[in-house]
Design a protein around this ligand. Structure first.
Ligand SMILES: [Mg+2]
Length: 163
């Protein structure tokens, strides 16, 4: 069985879209530090309420687990502990048999878990590049099927056929 790490924002839930829209409304400058501070103080309760699941993600993850091909983990960047708590609560409402790993935003995902031979599904190309550099298998999630140099999917259950 392969270890499969699935990103949350932009893969399972469209929370990134929603929070960037809020940032735009508040005219947050587009540099890393301003965004970091914005996300640190963001009301994640509100964000998750306004967000929706992407392409039947939770059912797809259940199918992935049922395929017996993967050990499934949710690997999600968080800035605040409140954000971690709310995301864990939401995921647990849908899935009770996956491991959830919140990663501090300033730590790369490839520094959090053993990467070699493991699969990462993520929408953010930089995470995928770092993952591949450490010997992992990177798959981009993108609704427009733009892989940016990586194998690409737009629905999570495609993974069952892919591996
Ligand atoms: Mg993401």
């Amino acid at each position: 069985m392969k270890n499969l790490y699935i990103d949350f924002d932009g893969v399972i839930y469209n929370s990134i879209e929603v929070s960037y829209k809020l940032a735009e409304e508040e005219n947050v400058s587009k540099d890393y530090e301003s965004y970091y501070q914005f996300f640190k103080n963001l009301d994640w309760c509100d964000v998750l309420e306004k967000s929706t699941e992407i392409n039947d993600a939770f059912n797809c993850i259940k199918k992935i687990i049922d395929s017996g091909k993967f050990n499934v983990f949710i690997l999600t960047h968080v800035i605040s502990l409140k954000e971690a708590e709310l995301k864990i609560g939401l995921i647990r409402n849908h899935l009770d048999d996956v491991t959830i790993i919140p990663v501090p935003k300033r730590v790369s995902k490839n520094k959090m878990v053993k990467v070699n031979g493991a699969i990462l599904v993520d929408d953010y190309p930089e995470n995928l590049r770092e993952w591949e550099r450490d010997g992992g298998i990177s798959v981009r999630f993108d609704l427009d099927m733009d892989g940016k140099g990586f194998p690409v999917i737009c629905k999570l259950d495609e993974l069952v056929e892919m591996f």
